[in-house]
Design a protein around this ligand. Structure first.
Ligand SMILES: [Zn+2]
Ligand SMILES: [Zn+2]
Length: 143
């Protein structure tokens, strides 16, 4: 485990603001179909944090419950105003409140550039072209 770093996040509209302590080694990319649908992109990047370190400074994330590709029930929390995804976690029936791991969506974080993913999971549903974007022409703003 690496040294913990403080991460600072907020949703797009600013209703939800939080801080947490993250282990940068627990940064992952998830290629599961639920992440594709719910993020609207080919994959999602996540950092796992202990719920006890998650400090909600403002707002109240709205939960949505699903059964994951793993077969486990999952609680996904998002901003009810702007729709930004905040985190996914276990349901309290499986892991007691306060002891869960939260998979924070790294796009919300000021520290996103420092959270280099260490592994990619659910590669069976990976979108092939999403692995090879480095060779695409780069434009600094909109084309
Ligand atoms: Zn919002
Ligand atoms: Zn996923």
């Amino acid at each position: 485990m690496s040294e913990l770093m403080t991460i600072h996040g907020s949703c797009h509209c600013g209703d939800i603001v939080f801080e947490a302590q993250a282990d940068p080694d627990r940064s992952v990319i998830c290629h599961c179909t639920d992440c594709q649908i719910m993020s609207g992109g080919p994959y999602r990047s996540i950092v796992q944090v202990k719920e006890a370190t998650f400090n909600l400074l403002q707002g109240e994330p709205k939960p949505y419950f699903k059964v994951g590709d793993s077969g486990n029930r999952r609680e996904l929390c998002f901003c009810a105003n702007c729709g930004s995804h905040i985190y996914a976690t276990s349901v309290v029936e499986d892991v007691p409140l306060g002891q869960r791991m939260l998979g924070i969506r790294t796009g919300l974080l000021q520290e996103v550039a420092q959270l280099t993913p260490q592994v990619q999971v659910w590669c069976q549903s990976k979108v092939p072209w999403a692995q090879n974007i480095a060779s695409l022409p780069e434009i600094q703003g909109q084309s």
